[in-house]
Design a protein around this ligand. Structure first.
Ligand code: S3P
Length: 432
């Protein structure tokens, strides 16, 4: 994809369904009794991997041709059947880690494997606590990564103090907790996205959250239940996808964009705070709650941004938005410091490296650090060849950078946006 600079993005865009929530609807619907009807499902490759895996586990899943509606014919907590082949999780870390929690409690063997990037991401973070629960799960190549092999075991409730604020680790253990012989609780250093807790409750699970007063620690607690019940769910727009249009509206000269139907769950909405801190003209309209999730339309106008420091508890609430926040920081006056974000290293690529390498290629003054980066903003960006390394968020973040860079920017392997936002480039047409 070749892109060049532009001014005056105007109009409104509607954001496709949330990736995290779409995955969970399929998973929880599959192990619930009765049907789960999903509206505004995200048809990104990651969520299709989740559908593929649950079909392989014997679940009938009906999809409209445009995925606007998906119906999952759940078979209950004990209704999954043994897969005939290796479960193909594609590029999806969420599929891998969450499904492993469910598979650990099944009376059959399963193996799962993904693409090169997925098979190099750390799985010890789920293997160790699942093993503490009594699960039989191993890394087939003994390198702490997928392919994974899971065999039947009786699971026991545990308390797990997670060293990382990771919704994937937390959700994996909570799902395994549905099959354990007692209570399972997970404490994380700061609260990561809580869609599992909110949605499992709607499905009828015995689940609750507690917060330590005077500390940022959060604990989710689940007890095994008899059954879950199918639900009708409308998936809110994905704030991680909205982030690209929010950033474009703020940094492309003479722009005004209304980004409609954005999920603003506080455990996901850190980017909104950062935009405000940077001096962005951003407002929330039409705030509402649907299916337990907060939603709003976000209005952004071109703004003179300034640098900021992003650190601590806010990091898990914007972890996937850091590539595009870094692009905004490159356009902002002054220095932006991003720290406490070492988790960036274990995403689809090492995003400290992919973000800083590509920003440097565009002429930005940026220094990678152990747990983030320091960006001295305000220098003009120049068109460059962007090496996405097949990371969807790098492709989209640097597509926004291209709109404010002089010359032409080439996004290599831009098709990888299909992982989370297949219609990303089409959406721009609506703003021209
Ligand atoms: C996700 C959790 C986050 C996020 C990922 C989706 C989820 O990962 O980066 O894109 O749906 O639970 P971690 O929980 O590993 O931080």
């Amino acid at each position: 994809m070749e892109l060049c600079n532009i001014t005056g993005l105007k109009g409104k865009v509607t954001i496709p369904g949330d990736k995290s929530i779409s995955h969970r609807c399929i998973m929880f619907g599959s192990i619930a009794n009765g049907t789960t009807q999903i509206h505004n499902f995200l048809s990104g490759a990651d969520c299709l991997a989740t559908i593929r895996c649950f079909r392989e586990l014997g679940i009938e899943i009906e999809v409209e041709s445009d995925y606007s509606s998906v119906i999952v014919h759940g078979k209950g907590l004990h209704g999954l059947s043994a897969p005939e082949k290796i479960l193909d999780v594609g590029n999806s870390g969420t599929t891998t880690r969450l499904i492993s929690g469910i598979l650990a409690g099944q009376p059959f063997d399963s193996k799962l494997s993904g693409d090169e990037s997925l098979n190099s991401r750390p799985m010890k973070r789920i293997i160790e606590p699942l093993t503490q629960m009594g699960a039989h799960i191993s890394s087939i190549l003994r390198n702490g990564c997928a392919p994974l092999y899971i065999t039947p075991a009786q699971l026991h409730g545990i308390h797990y103090d997670s060293p990382v604020a990771s919704a994937q680790v937390k959700s994996c253990l909570l799902l395994a907790g549905l099959y354990a012989d007692g209570e399972t609780s997970v404490t994380e250093p700061s609260l990561s996205r809580n869609h599992t807790e909110l949605m499992l409750k709607e499905f009828g699970a015995d689940i609750r959250s507690t917060f330590e007063i005077g500390s940022s620690k959060a604990t989710a607690i689940i007890r095994p239940c008899e059954e879950l019940y199918g639900q009708e769910i409308t998936v809110p727009g994905d704030i991680s996808s909205a982030a690209y249009f929010i950033a474009a509206g703020l940094i492309v000269p003479d722009s005004e964009i209304l980004v409609e139907n954005v999920g603003i769950n506080p455990t996901r909405a850190g980017i909104l705070r950062v935009c405000e801190d940077m001096g962005g003209d951003i407002s929330l309209l039409n705030e509402r709650t649907e299916g337990g999730e907060r939603i709003a339309d976000v209005l952004v106008r071109t703004s003179r941004l300034h640098g900021t420091t992003i650190e601590g508890d806010i990091i898990p609430t914007l972890i996937d938005e850091i590539p595009v926040i870094a692009v905004m920081a490159a356009m902002a006056e002054g220095t932006t410091i991003i720290k406490d974000a070492a988790e960036l290293k274990v995403k689809e690529t090492d995003r400290i490296e992919t973000v800083t390498d590509n920003l440097k290629a565009m002429g930005c003054d940026v220094t990678p650090t152990e747990d983030g980066m320091i960006i001295n903003g305000g220098r003009p960006l120049h068109g460059a060849s962007i090496h996405t390394l097949l990371d969807h968020r790098i492709a989209m973040a640097f597509s926004i950078a291209a709109l404010v860079a002089d010359g032409t920017t080439k996004i290599l392997d831009s098709k990888c946006v299909d992982v989370s936002y297949p219609t990303f480039y089409d959406t721009f047409e609506q703003l021209l």
